[in-house]
Design a protein around this ligand. Structure first.
Ligand SMILES: NC(=O)c1ccc[n+]([C@@H]2O[C@H](COP(=O)([O-])OP(=O)(O)OC[C@H]3O[C@@H](n4cnc5c(N)ncnc54)[C@H](O)[C@@H]3O)[C@@H](O)[C@H]2O)c1
Length: 250
């Protein structure tokens, strides 16, 4: 498939996990990829791998929690490749805490990266995306659709991102732009390695959202993101697409 030939795709969280897999998928399908992350070395490695496969990529370090950096990154993508067709908001962090022990700093950090970042980037990208009948794909989580114990900030941020997706889908209903979300369940990435659980967690409560079918490979989420960003999904707008091995089934 070459669904992204002559398309410019911008991906956040590009140094690791789903963001990285999404960049590779877009590049393999002909896109010019503009990849951003706070992890510069991950971006360098990704560039080497994509270029070795004949793909086209430019990168920029960007903290998505900072509005000015988000605006500058979108401007840099348009400057580099002349337009923007897709914004994939993939970057995110998770913290496990008892709610009463969650610090103000950690609450603000999780909300800033997971919710404010996609908002800031969307604000800068939308005028360009409208010009090109483009689209936004926000990576939320099953934790944005269900209560998940010990992750109050994360759940709130992802639930907020689900509603941001729906609100923007309604606002831009009459324009040529599509706005959708993917809700992964457990996915085999760095996020799930060495999680720092607080003392005294009730594992019975955590078991509810780990699912029965194990972890998804990051590439499966990249496939879902690429589908939603592609013309194959031209009638998909305002969709909240679960890719979670059945966790949300009941
Ligand atoms: N892994 C899972 O089980 C899972 C489940 C549901 C949802 N998600 C969501 O999927 C998305 C991708 O996560 P992943 O599993 O690939 O994790 P990951 O940790 O492998 O990758 C996250 C990337 O985001 C980057 N990042 C973190 N803070 C940033 C910032 N301030 N600015 C720019 N980049 C920043 C990191 O450097 C990293 O490269 C996240 O939004 C996450 O919440 C993950």
């Amino acid at each position: 498939m070459n669904r992204f030939e002559n398309k410019v795709t911008m991906v956040t969280g590009a140094s690791s996990g789903m963001g990285r897999a999404t960049c590779k998928r877009f590049a393999a399908e002909g896109a010019k990829v503009f990849a951003i992350d706070i992890d510069e070395s991950g971006l360098s490695q990704l560039t080497a791998e994509i270029e070795a496969d004949g793909g086209i990529i430019q990168t920029r370090t960007c903290n998505v929690a900072n509005k000015d950096e988000c605006s500058a990154a979108v401007a840099a993508a348009v400057e580099a490749f002349g337009k923007l067709d897709t914004l994939a908001n993939v970057a995110g962090i998770v913290r496990f805490n008892h709610s009463t022990e969650l610090s103000e700093q950690e609450w603000n950090l999780v909300l800033a990266i997971n919710l404010s970042g996609p908002m800031f980037l969307s604000q800068a990208a939308i005028p360009h995306l409208i010009e090109n009948t483009g689209s936004i794909v926000n990576v939320c989580s099953n934790a944005g659709l269900m209560g998940q114990a010990y992750t109050a900030a994360y759940c709130a941020s992802k639930g907020g991102l689900v509603q941001l997706t729906r609100s923007m889908a309604m606002e831009y209903m009459k324009q040529t732009i599509r706005i959708n979300a993917v809700c992964p369940g457990g996915t085999d990435t760095a996020m799930n390695k060495g999680i720092d659980f607080p003392e005294g967690v009730d594992w019975e409560l955590i078991d509810r959202y780990t699912g029965k079918r194990g972890m998804a490979p990051a590439e499966d989420l990249a496939s879902a993101i690429a589908y939603l960003a592609s013309d194959e999904a031209k009638t998909v707008h305002g969709s909240i697409f679960s890719v979670d091995n059945g966790i949300m089934a009941g």
